[in-house]
Design a protein around this ligand. Structure first.
Ligand SMILES: Cc1ncc(COP(=O)(O)O)c(C=O)c1O
Length: 392
């Protein structure tokens, strides 16, 4: 069976390596240096979660007041991060082309409002019209925060890597992301004019949280391997029940907590291998695209997943499931995901019609290391047989 998530970045050998990894202070320092060089930072801070790095980016960018413009197709924890920083989200509606807002919509949305920062997300690595957004941000005095949770390793164009153009760059090392140490993140500060005091996190996550981070790849591996005979689902349910794992949008936001040294060591290995990992995923994406070009809104610039818009999403997800491809855990099934937390957000669906519709037609196909040429062929055949392209 193939999954979009559930620790698919980990084969058994990698899960074992993760379980026993050791790290030193010097590993954290090396990671900081690597990120500082790569993203031309003034300062880099490590966090135990990407969302904590994001809330600190928002606090520094705004002084902890006002509105922050955010994509209307995003994760619950992004909204939580904005609120943790003391701000409120201003949802900006998106385009079918790249599942992101364009500069003109942003311009209309901020008119007459106290908007202090904009988060640029490059959904699933599909790039935005960055020059127009940067120009508007300059005119309107908005700080630009690049959220690399999806887009790390991608490029806006031949020369500008995503994460090298804004005032703040946030990285996630959360599970099933391109860089994956189960939890973790970094904040790259690229401006020398933050609007609040920079605080370096010093606390470690709780011992239980550190234990959870250690064992998740093994839990994920075991449940994937045993899913076909019904045991995998049971393992997962038990892990959640016993709190040996928490669902990815749960766990709160902890800006006081830093990354452990062993996770820093693993993140460093991964960031040094990032360009190769992107190359591999782009090859997988190209193989899909040869067969599925008519479905694709815009290729992902880092190949993290293949984004598609289809008429009947439920039918396609079910057909894939019948063939052992579990693709329900997509980015994103509702405008502010996951669905189980969506009602809490109070998302203004009527005023953001594009995001509301696009979320109903979104599908992601897996591009990770476990996807073989045979899988690509099989998945593409199912898509061609069961789905029709959709657009606004
Ligand atoms: C777009 C986006 N930004 C930020 C985050 C936060 O990352 P983390 O899970 O590392 O806190 C996520 C997490 O899912 C995300 O999807």
């Amino acid at each position: 069976m193939l999954f979009l998530s559930l620790g698919s970045n980990y084969r058994f050998k990698q899960a074992w390596h993760h379980l026993w990894a050791r790290g030193k202070d010097s590993d954290s320092q090396e990671l900081i240096q690597e990120l500082t060089d790569r993203y031309q930072a003034k300062q880099t801070l490590l966090f135990s979660q990407g969302r904590a790095a994001l809330s600190e980016a928002v606090r520094l960018a705004t002084g902890g007041q006002g509105l922050v413009a955010v994509n209307s197709l995003t994760c619950f924890v992004v909204i939580e991060a904005i609120k943790t920083a003391g701000c409120q989200p201003l949802y900006v509606d998106i385009e079918a082309k790249n599942w992101h807002f364009k500069a003109e919509t942003l311009k209309q949305a901020i008119k007459g409002k106290d908007v202090r920062a904009v988060i640029v997300q490059n959904t699933i690595g599909m790039t935005v019209d960055i020059d127009q957004i940067l120009e508007l941000a300059k005119q309107a005095n908005l700080a630009v925060i690049e959220d690399l949770a999806h887009a790390v390793g991608g490029y806006y164009d031949q020369t500008r890597e995503i994460g090298t153009v804004g005032d703040y760059t946030m990285l996630s090392f959360g599970r099933d992301k391109m860089l994956d140490t189960i939890n973790g993140g970094a904040l790259v500060i690229r401006t020398d004019q933050p609007k609040a005091e920079i605080k370096t996190p010093h606390n470690l996550p709780s011992p239980m949280q550190r234990f959870r981070d250690r064992i998740y790849p093994m839990i994920g591996w075991k449940s994937r391997v045993l899913f076909g005979i019904g045991v995998g689902k049971l393992i997962l349910a038990l892990a959640y029940k016993l709190k040996l794992a928490v669902r990815s949008a749960d766990g709160g936001n902890h800006p006081d907590q830093t990354l452990t040294n062993w996770q820093a060591k693993l993140a460093l290995e991964q960031i040094r291998g990032l360009d190769q990992a992107v190359k591999n995923k782009l090859e997988v994406q190209s193989s899909y695209l040869e067969k599925l070009a008519k479905f694709n809104p815009q290729p992902s610039s880092n190949g993290v997943r293949l984004p598609l818009l289809v008429e009947d999403r439920t039918k396609l997800i079910e057909a894939l499931k019948q063939n052992g491809i579990m693709a329900a855990d997509m980015w994103y099934e509702v405008p502010i995901s996951p669905a189980r937390l969506y009602d809490k957000v109070g998302f203004p669906e009527n005023q953001r019609p594009n995001a509301t519709l696009i979320a109903q037609h979104t599908v992601n196909l897996p591009t990770h290391q476990l996807v073989s040429a045979k899988d690509i062929e099989k998945i593409s055949q199912i898509v061609l047989a069961e789905a029709k392209p959709w657009s606004l």
